[in-house]
Structures are given as structure tokens and as C-alpha cells.
Design a protein around this ligand. Structure first.
Ligand code: ZN
Ligand code: ZN
Length: 591
């Protein structure tokens, strides 16, 4: 019900990980901290009971067999729970808690306020048909190997019992829905039908569950598929003369930004900073392009429009890419190089005991991302981290070429920095060591994406690819994607930006291909605020590094900053800042 909407961005997917609060008490923990830890535990128990699907998705499997009906009663229960928790939190004196718990406190408080606001103000359950979808959790139960298959399938079976009532309630709640979100709901339900029509039956065959029981299970899967099909038909036939606009509007947007991003700045301030950043990047790109022009175009005259100049160079340089069959091996070869560079430049300590496993993308993930990270969930800190690489086999030559131009010789390196070293994978290894279940469950997207973006620039600033100005140019293009994500999201949802203006921003000013820009337009039609994570987090981390540098003076070492920053886990940057700038930091002890 209150599940976070998870849209997988092409090649930028990351599944949050973290680790279980193991009860280890640090030297700074006092009496209040011990009580707080106990409270955290009961806070989560209560949350999972009210949100079984969310629980399943983070690896808490006690309620796998339950499917709650999304009715007024269950929303009231959720609001009451949130109010009780806000009250419980207020009994702790946050100033006496250790830093790690202080941050947890703020995260929990924000989460509880966010839940109340979502139900009472945002009310997406009325206008967003895609907020009703049972398929994701069923697919998770089927595909994740956390328990024996027969046990998972029996939970699957029990959970299916409420599917008819679930969609009946959905049809009761939906009023004047957003047309784009109605289309998304239709698409997602049709796309996921095979979970009930085929995948479940295929899995059943691999078990020794008795035939009679299997028959009951298959009958129920059939009924589930029929229910979903009729929900799709209902959506398609829905009379909707006064649909809500897909644009969230200024007031809801500002509030959602505050709850979801938890930044120090307001949405508009971040938007303004992104506009400035775009200007700066354009200026830098023109400088690099002028230098590179003769190398690729000889004495040919440069285009008069400076953005055209940049575009022509990007287009030419993008033709340097690997062959489709070499995509995975190119990534395999890159990772040790990135590791060696990070070590040579002493940027951050890498933990060799938590290796990253590169694998072919599992079948059930196929179709969207060419490369992505999967990491163990908050309740499974010993699990492996995987770098999933999609095969381009079977793609048309045209599709593969367009993809490989996007992930060319240069951007493929940036992709690996972002996803793996020292981006998401390294951040998540550090997060695992911060003993807070709260931070890994409510992992802050701006901190997580911001770190990955920050790490790209840090590598380049420390000389990665310095012998090739092409690398810098392609990074600017890549970086403009984050910057323009923020501009686009804010302008579309609060300033009525039109589609032609959006397309012009993305293709002309951010140098994206028509198809990529179309995809982004579609995404901003069905999500809001999510696209702000990248640039907001990047900006806050960069600002914090500068402030920390000032504070430390001669004693500043980039490696210390990086490690200290990551040691707090996936927390909002503003709280990490509070901790890092407040305390008297003892100078570097070395590693
Ligand atoms: Zn990312
Ligand atoms: Zn080519």
C-alpha cells in the first residue's frame, strides 16, 4: 500500500541494501540509546504487520501469505500507527542520542509524517490506478530464493486468496484518475500477467507438492489472472470526463520533495542550482569541443551555434564502442582497472571481502536495463552483490548500435564508476557496516544516487581518463542527464512545461537521442520528484565536501572525507552534514 514506487531507470537501477541492527553498542551509546534500539525494533514489527508487501520486498518474510485490502479501514489503521509512533518518538530526547540514532530518529519521524501526508493530502489511491498492483510482490516470492520453493509457492497460494477483493476495492476507490497513470496500470498489469498464467505453474512442476493440492493452487492462479484481466478491461472502459492532470502542482510537489528527498534545500532552490549548473556545463563543453574539433574535423569550419558544435563532436565520438558480443567482457575488464585507480590515488578503502559478482542478467529481469546492480536486502546482509549485465544477443543491429553508442567506450567507463567502483557498490558495502536497519530500509535516494554521481566527478578530477579530453566531454553529457532530470521534473510538475519544450531541453541542450528523450517524457508523466535525486544529492555532497575541507584546513584528506561520509549509511545528506560539521574531528588516523 505505502510501497515506494520503484521505476527502474535504464542502467541506473540499484536495489537498496543494508544490514541488520545487531545490537552492538558503540562507545558513545548511553542509556537512551539502548532504549531507542529496542523501540526501533518494535517500530518495524508494527510497520511490517500493516504493510506485508513492503515487508516481503525488504526481505522480512513473516507476512508473505497476506494480501491486505486497500480500503479506508486499512488506511485509517496506518494513520493511527503513524500518529502513535510520532508520539512515541517525542518521548525521546533526540539531543542525547548518539549520532547514528539521532539520524534514525529523524528518518523515522519523517517517514511517519510522510505516510500521513500521503494518505490525507496526496491521496494517490484515488487518482493513480498504478498504485494498485499485486504482481510485483508475487513475482518476488516466485523469483527470490530466500526459502524452499514449495514453501514460497504455498505462501503465494494463500496470498492469492484476496486478489478478487483487492481489485474490487481498487475499482471502488479510483475516481477521475490521471490518464497517463491509467495507461501505465494497464501496461504493467498486462506485462505481469505471465506470473499467474505461466511462471507459477512452471515453478509448481519443480516441486513435489501433491497433485490434488497443485490443482487447487492452479485454479486459484487462473482466477487471479482472470481478475487482473477484468481490472484491465475495467480501466480501459472507465468513463473519465474530468481526469486529474499528471502534473502534481506546486503545493504537493514541494511537500513531496521535502518528504522524499529530505534535502536541506527546497525544491525551487535545487531547480535554480540545476539551471546554473547547466549553463556552467555548457560553457565547459564548448571549451573542450573547440580543442577537440581539429582532431576529428581537420580544417572544416566549426558550426556557428556552439551547442551544435558540441553535438557534432558527441555524435562522432559515440561511434567508438565495443561490439555487441563484447559488452559483458568489456565490463569485466573495466572493474579491476577502476579498483587499481582508486587504490593508486588513495581515494577510498575498498573491502576485498565483499566482492562484486558480475553475472548475466537473470531471465526475469530481462528487457529493460543493460546493466544494473542488485544487492542483498536490509534483512540479508550476508547476501551477494551482483552487477547484472544484459545480453544484447537477439537485438536488431539497429537497436544494438543505438544502445552501444549510448554506452560507448567512454560512457561505459562512467557507467561502471557510477554503478560499481567507487559508486553504488562501494557505497552499499560501507552502508552494510553501519549497523542501522532503519537507514537501509528507508535508504535516502538522494544520498545514494548523489554519491554515485559525485564519485564520477571525483574520479575524473583525480585524473581518471585525463589523457583523453573525450572522456571529460562525454562525462559532461552524462552529467547533464542528472542536471536536466531535475530541471525537467520541476518545470513539468510545477511550471506547466510543454512537451515540445521538454523535448528541446533534452535533445538540444542535453544532447539526448529522440528515443531517450521520449522515454524521459514518459517517465516524468508517471513519476514526480524521483528524478530530483541525482542532482540534489550530488550538489549536497559536493557542498558538504567543500565545507568539510574548510573546517579541516591542512588536515583535509579526500579519502577521510569519503570514508567518514559513507560510514553513516544511506542517510539524508543534511543529517550526515550535521554530524560531520558539528563534531571536533580528530585528524586522520590512516588506514
Ligand atoms: Zn544510480
Ligand atoms: Zn557503431
Amino acid at each position: 500500500m505505502i510501497k515506494k514506487l520503484l521505476i527502474t531507470a535504464l542502467a541506473l537501477t540499484v536495489i537498496f541494501i543494508g544490514c541488520k541492527k545487531d545490537g552492538s553498542v558503540g562507545p558513545l551509546q548511553g542509556k537512551d540509546d539502548a532504549a531507542f534500539s529496542i523501540y526501533e525494533n518494535s517500530f518495524l514489527q508494527g510497520l511490517w504487520k500493516l504493510n506485508p508487501d513492503w515487508a516481503t520486498s525488504v526481505g522480512y518474510h513473516k507476512y508473505d501469505s497476506l494480501l491486505l485490502i486497500p480500503d479506508d479501514k486499512s488506511r485509517d489503521k496506518m494513520i493511527n500507527y503513524a500518529k502513535v509512533q510520532v508520539d512515541s518518538l517525542s518521548r525521546f530526547d533526540v539531543t542525547t542520542l548518539a549520532d547514528a540514532n539521532k539520524i534514525d530518529y529523524h528518518i523515522m519521524q519523517n517517514q511517519m509524517e510522510s505516510i500521513q501526508w500521503s494518505i490525507q493530502q496526496l491521496k494517490a489511491y484515488q487518482w493513480d490506478p498504478s498504485s494498485y498492483n499485486v504482481i510485483g510482490t508475487f513475482a518476488y516470492i516466485l523469483n527470490e530464493h530466500y526459502a524452499p520453493l514449495s514453501k514460497r509457492l504455498r505462501n503465494f497460494y494463500q496470498k492469492m486468496a484476496n486478489i478478487p477483493a483487492y481489485y474490487k476495492e481498487a475499482e471502488k476507490q479510483i475516481k477521475n484518475p490521471v490518464i497517463e497513470l491509467t495507461g501505465l496500470a494497464v501496461e504493467q498489469h498486462q506485462g505481469g500477467l505471465s506470473v499467474f498464467e505461466k511462471d507459477f505453474a512452471d515453478s509448481l512442476k519443480k516441486t513435489n507438492i501433491p497433485q490434488a493440492e497443485q490443482k487447487l493452487m492452479l485454479d486459484r492462479a487462473h482466477l487471479s489472472a482472470e481478475t487482473i484481466k477484468s481490472f484491465v478491461e475495467w480501466l480501459k472502459a472507465l468513463k473519465n470526463d474530468h481526469p486529474r492532470t499528471f502534473r502534481l502542482g506546486r503545493e504537493l510537489y514541494d511537500a513531496k520533495f521535502n518528504y522524499d528527498i529530505q534535502a536541506e534545500s527546497k525544491a525551487q532552490q535545487v531547480y535554480n542550482a540545476a539551471v546554473e549548473r547547466k549553463k556552467y556545463i555548457h560553457h565547459e563543453m564548448v571549451q573542450v569541443s573547440k580543442k577537440l574539433w581539429p582532431k576529428y574535423f581537420g580544417s572544416k569550419a566549426m558550426p556557428a551555434d556552439s551547442l551544435d558544435l558540441v553535438a557534432q563532436l558527441i555524435d562522432t565520438i559515440s561511434s567508438r564502442h565495443v561490439k555487441p558480443a563484447d559488452f559483458q567482457s568489456a565490463i569485466e575488464n573495466l572493474l579491476p582497472k577502476l579498483t587499481a585507480f582508486v587504490k593508486a590515488k588513495d581515494l577510498i578503502t575498498l573491502d576485498p571481502s565483499r566482492p562484486l559478482i558480475i553475472r548475466k542478467e537473470p531471465g526475469y529481469m530481462a528487457g529493460v536495463a543493460g546493466a544494473s546492480m542488485s544487492s542483498p536486502g536490509p534483512y540479508d546482509k550476508e547476501g551477494n552483490s551482483y552487477f547484472n549485465v544484459g545480453s544484447l544477443a537477439g537485438w536488431t543491429a539497429e537497436k544494438a548500435e543505438s544502445y552501444l553508442r549510448e554506452y560507448n567506450q567512454y560512457t561505459l567507463q562512467i557507467l561502471c564508476i557510477h554503478e560499481a567502483i567507487p559508486g553504488h557498490y562501494v557505497q552499499l558495502v560501507y552502508a552494510n557496516k553501519a549497523p542501522s536497519l532503519i537507514k537501509s530500509i528507508f535508504g535516502n535516494s538522494a544520498m545514494i544516487e548523489g554519491w554515485a554521481v559525485y564519485s564520477e566527478e571525483m574520479m575524473l578530477d583525480n585524473g581518471y581518463g585525463a589523457d583523453e579530453p573525450e572522456m571529460r566531454l562525454m562525462w559532461y553529457k552524462w552529467h547533464l542527464r542528472s542536471v536536466c532530470n531535475t530541471i525537467l521534473d520541476y518545470a513539468v510538475h510545477t511550471q506547466n512545461m510543454s512537451k515540445p519544450d521538454a523535448m528541446k531541453l533534452l535533445t538540444h541542450e542535453a544532447f539526448q537521442q529522440e528515443a531517450e528523450a521520449e522515454g524521459k517524457w514518459k517517465r516524468v508523466n508517471v513519476t514526480s520528484v524521483q528524478l530530483d535525486s541525482y542532482f540534489t544529492g550530488y550538489k549536497e555532497i559536493t557542498d558538504l565536501r567543500d565545507a568539510y575541507k574548510k573546517k579541516m584546513g591542512d588536515k583535509f584528506k579526500l579519502k577521510d572525507f569519503n570514508e567518514k561520509f559513507l560510514s553513516y549509511g544511506s542517510a539524508p545528506v543534511k543529517y550526515i552534514k550535521e554530524a560531520m560539521l558539528a563534531k571536533e574531528v580528530v585528524a586522520n588516523t590512516g588506514h
